[in-house]
Design a protein around this ligand. Sequence first.
Ligand code: F6P
Length: 546
Amino acid sequence: MTISAPSLSECAAWKSLETHYEEVQNLHLRKLFADDPARGERLTVEALGLYLDYSKNRITDETFKLLLELAEETDLRARIDAMFRGDKINLTENRAVLHVALRAPKGASILVDGENVVPQVHAVLDKMVDFSNRVRCGEWLGHTSQRIRNVINIGIGGSDLGPVMAYEALKFYSDRNITFRFVSNVDGTDLAEATRDLDPAETLFIISSKTFTTSETMTNAHSARDWLLEGLGGDTKAVAKHFVAVSTNATKVSEFGIDTGNMFEFWDWVGGRYSMDSAIGLSTMLAIGSEYFLAMLDGFHQMDEHFRTAPFEQNLPVLLGLLTIWYTDFFNAQTVAILPYEQYLKRFPAYLQQLTMESSGKHVTLNGTHVDYDTGPIYWGEPGTNGQHSFYQLIHQGTRLIPCDFIAFGQPLNPLGRHHDMLLANVFAQAETLAFGKTSEQVQAEGTADWLVPHRVFEGNRPSNTILLERLTPETLGKLIALYEHSVFTQGAIWNIDSFDQWGVELGKAMAQRITPELESQTEPELNHDSSTNCLIRCYRKLKKN
Ligand code: F6P
């Protein structure tokens, strides 16, 4: 299939932005604020209880206008509508992209190939609610009639990162009588450490895999099955009580030995990295209970509706997406730092890495031509204030421009003395210092020796967004995740890439499958790789023997 969209760099708004960038690239945030003292009130949006301050970005009103024109010219609105309508916008896989259907209310109608998928979504949700209630209240018992006290989710990529992040983010709301662990790496240490102190009789495994073919997950699932059977005397009937599956592939689930009655389904129109609110979130529901899980879905849905209906100049995901394009393609920024000032969001940057980089790591447009502009920046980050004592130095005084997203909450979940005010003081101080820096005059005025002055100057003009919410709840977490999902959508739509495939990852999977037998072979294998890979394989085989 070919798409006849004009090349992005040929768009009138893009060309205007190129010219405009030449004019404003050296404009300092100090001047922008001095010229417009109300800027910090003006360049903000408040919606759904989320306050976005984007005033500390290197934009003028003209930049803003041109970015909005770019969104119009690249038909962002039509692309949003196409996603919500269930069109097969994932062209290379010929699939609809409907994570928004996962949180649509019961009465809604979203068609895929003429069929309304919302009732299926709610049927699975109902099944999840029933199952999680039974486990949480002790009605679902293990093979030896013991209560389930440990839940281990086995999955990787989207079948792991979302569940881990959500568990950590919502731990405050979780049932502390159940231990939750997450195994993803095929490195045996991951499973060994997750199980070493647990009693198999009290342990439930959730095998989460969209395809049920991912080698890491299947290898871990088989080893987990061995561990369980060994601990429970080898009776294979135990599997039914200790293993459930989340997948789109009933045949493979059944081949593994899991009763498909204990399978929680999702669909090919849910991308792995967009699946944490599908049945892939079963561990989340087990941890926080169905009411909180449904509240999280409601948070997602509110942001979906905002994205679908709000005018672009007030549209939170569109604004974040446009700003990312501005820095990536005009300032040549290579990365975006995600800096949550909330300990419970410690895995949020890691989660966003897959969401953003698997989605936007593309070098061709939808019609297969090589892009002549940059696409996905590298997302990274750590929670504050820890990051301040680690990598912030480079953000403040290094040579690279690193746009930052600060995320913080008005109310702490664990109020403790002055802690929260101190935490928030750091958010505001960092954003202020990054923007305004410290001039040589200011440094000199402090009596600093001349030779030391350059070292202590902060140039400032480092852009950031600050996102403030009242409190971290399941609902606000849903809003926050959907905010970034749709920001990625905005970027991908404008870059005209397929944000929903991941062929690069697929190639790596296939290559590993070819090499594994060469490492396991009892006889010297015939190797037909490049000389480096051949040598590394031989070297490993020798090390392995010693
Ligand atoms: O990392 C690549 C990927 O295909 C992701 O998109 C997906 O989330 C992950 O592998 C796991 O795949 P599955 O859920 O099919 O095991």
